[in-house]
Write a protein of this length. Structure first.
Length: 251
């Protein structure tokens, strides 16, 4: 007669073998039906993209490009200051030249402009009676100014908040924004901006201590983003300069 301990060991072995066999069977089924699974996933993705409003899809594309500029604070932190200044200055000069050339209808500039900015432009941005800089010029300008006026950790935080929090505010506001608090600005989008700004500051705790000053700076940037039209200053400039100024003056 097997004792109780032997029975328990045997039961455990049976359970393990059963689990292994089930896992093998499940894996074989997945491999056999992989084409159907891929097809279903493709159908699901197509359904989402089809049901997503075109304006929102375009906004997602724009903000994806916006987030790709996270290389800027990365360069500021890891590269010598003179290299950052050189890179930003050259890119800014090139961007201004291409955009102004596009406005003046220079052929080479129009081709370059369409290749770089074509899909990310809103309809009202495609035809303007006067020269208006794109967001790219303001982003590079803010990168240049933050590099000059702020120490590295503050410049990195200020620009990262501008890139991440502005994206969160736009996408959340367009997706679920119901309660308007100022013109087209929603409470949901504004909250998304503030919370994401706090998270960014917390993430950079190793290079810059998170204190009440960080909260004040995030609140200041949120207010600036909310009332950007009153300031008559592009948010790509206003947001990083405001948060950088608060962090610099109060620490």
């Amino acid at each position: 007669m097997p004792n109780l301990k032997t029975c328990k060991i045997r039961q455990s072995l049976y359970a393990l073998i059963k689990q292994k066999l089930y896992g093998t069977t499940l894996m074989s089924r997945l491999l056999q039906n992989k084409d159907k699974i891929v097809e279903k996933m493709h159908e699901y993705r197509t359904t989402i993209e089809t049901n997503m409003p075109k304006s929102y899809r375009q906004e997602v594309y724009r903000k994806t490009i916006h987030l790709s500029s996270l290389w800027i604070p990365t360069l500021i932190y890891f590269a010598p200051t003179w290299i950052s200044l050189l890179v930003f200055s050259v890119l800014l000069a090139g961007d201004v030249l291409i955009e102004y050339g596009n406005f003046r209808r220079w052929k080479w500039a129009r081709i370059s402009f369409c290749q770089i900015f074509g899909k990310s432009l809103r309809n009202e941005e495609r035809s303007r009676a006067r020269f208006v800089p794109s967001g790219g010029i303001y982003v590079l300008s803010s990168a240049l100014m933050c590099t000059i006026f702020f120490i590295k950790p503050i410049a990195v935080i200020a620009l990262t908040v501008m890139l991440v929090s502005d994206t969160m505010a736009a996408l959340v506001g367009k997706a679920i924004g119901q309660r308007k608090i100022y013109k087209q600005k929603s409470l949901e989008g504004t909250n998304a901006f503030f919370l994401s700004a706090l998270i960014v500051n917390m993430m950079f705790e190793p290079i810059f201590h998170f204190t009440y000053v960080s909260v004040i700076a995030c609140a200041a940037a949120t207010i600036v983003e909310l009332f950007e039209d009153q300031l008559e200053l592009d948010d790509n400039l206003a947001i990083p300069l405001s948060i950088g100024a608060v962090l610099t003056l109060l620490t």
